[in-house]
Design a binder for this molecule. Structure first.
Ligand code: HEM
Length: 81
């Protein structure tokens, strides 16, 4: 049976999402959550999406739309590790 979703195309945290977060991002936000830790990012994924989509974060310059899309597809695909 074939699933309608291309499972292999879903972004993963380790390969696709973690590399979006710089040392500066992680260090700036470590008091609230660890941007390099899958479980922390999953726990705050809605707030993080809002922050990067609105352009409010990172504080020194908004993400390009392509990065926001990767983060959105990662959530849509089940926030895989
Ligand atoms: C992609 C990288 C980043 C993400 C996803 C992110 C995400 C967030 C989120 C979700 C909040 C709200 C936290 C809460 O209310 O619990 C927040 C707050 C904050 N972040 Fe970040 N952040 C990032 C990078 C940075 C950087 C680079 C800086 C500073 C150089 C920074 C400084 C702050 C500060 C000062 C706050 C508290 C004040 C505020 O809400 O504006 N963040 N961030």
């Amino acid at each position: 049976m074939t699933d309608v979703h291309e499972q292999s195309a879903d972004p993963t945290f380790s390969s696709d999402v973690k590399p979006l977060f710089r040392d500066l991002d992680r260090n700036s936000m470590i008091g609230a959550f660890d941007l390099w830790k899958h479980s922390d990012v999953v726990a705050h994924q809605d707030a993080i999406l809002h922050a990067v989509e609105s352009g409010g974060m990172p504080c020194d310059g908004a993400w390009p739309a392509t990065s926001v899309e990767v983060f959105k597809r990662w959530i849509a695909g089940g926030s895989k590790p």
